[in-house]
Design a protein around this ligand. Structure first.
Ligand code: ADP
Length: 255
């Protein structure tokens, strides 16, 4: 359920390349609220990926602000509540913003369980027992508990996608970012993936931002807003029904 509690405020965000010759983002302003499900659409090259990647600083913005939990994360240092200047901790930021890519990034020589416990154990120093318990719980949530000891090659594309989803949920993510999660999936698996994202979103009330070309698959019942991008800017930010009642989709060559 969307609320009016703001999670991220994006203000006049710009990302320019080649000294401004390419304006991938050119003044994007948007509010992302807690529990929102947002779908970002727009023609190829309109800035969707850059927008998503900027949110967790995979792209360093050229200008503008991204306020997350009250802190402008585009600045390397900020002043905390006690007035002290502190360095922005990008790793801990990324643990709150989980990005699910279209490529699955699983180590082929390791089992699914070992893939999932690797980062918690090696990076965060969680014990093997605790990491495995959590991983199994998450695999169960995505319907793959019985595949924990399988190797990536033994899984279908849809199953690997579900492992990546379970993988980002190892952290207490506040927001899940999806860049074309259905790109490599057949229609039936795509539908299952969307249903799973929907289910997780409902159970955890996580905010979801998703870029997907397969509009007919993603526009499921509880999408709160569609952001329509064009030429590095936001052309419309509306509820799906409102957007459909404008002529904007057709005018921009979107089915
Ligand atoms: P979309 O996801 O909507 O297809 P992108 O965000 O990938 O759009 O790209 C927006 C624009 O920025 C495109 O014109 C793209 O060519 C350009 N762009 C993206 N990344 C780079 C880069 N690293 N260097 C130069 N131009 C880039």
């Amino acid at each position: 359920m969307a609320t009016s509690d703001s999670l991220i405020q994006v203000r006049n965000l710009k990302k320019h390349y080649h000294r401004g010759a390419i304006k991938a983002l050119d003044g994007v302003t948007a509010d992302i609220n807690k529990g929102d499900v947002m779908v970002v659409i727009g023609p190829s090259g309109s800035g969707k990926s850059t927008f998503l990647r900027s949110l967790n600083l995979l792209e360093e913005p050229t200008d503008g602000e991204i306020i997350f939990n009250g802190v402008d994360i585009t600045k390397k240092k900020y002043v905390d509540a006690s007035g002290k200047k502190v360095k922005l901790d990008i790793d801990s930021l990324r643990q709150k913003m989980g990005m699910v890519f279209q490529h699955f990034n699983l180590f082929p020589h390791m089992t699914i369980l070992d893939n999932m416990t690797l980062a918690p154990m090696k990076v965060k120093g969680v014990s093997k027992e605790e990491a495995e318990k959590k991983a199994l719980e998450l695999l169960d949530r995505v319907g793959l508990a019985d595949r924990a000891n399988a190797y990536p090659i033994q899984l279908s594309g849809g199953q690997k996608q579900r492992v990546s989803l379970a993988g980002v949920m190892v952290d207490q993510v506040k927001i899940l970012l999806f860049d074309e999660p259905l790109a490599n999936l057949d229609p039936a698996t795509g539908k299952q993936t969307i249903e799973l994202i929907d289910e997780i979103q409902e159970k955890t009330d996580t905010t979801v931002v998703i870029i997907e070309h397969r509009h007919e698959d993603v526009l499921w019942r509880n999408v709160d807003r569609i952001i329509l991008m064009k030429d590095g800017g936001i052309l419309a930010d509306l509820h799906p029904d409102e957007l459909l009642s404008t002529g904007l989709l057709g005018e921009n060559g979107i089915r």
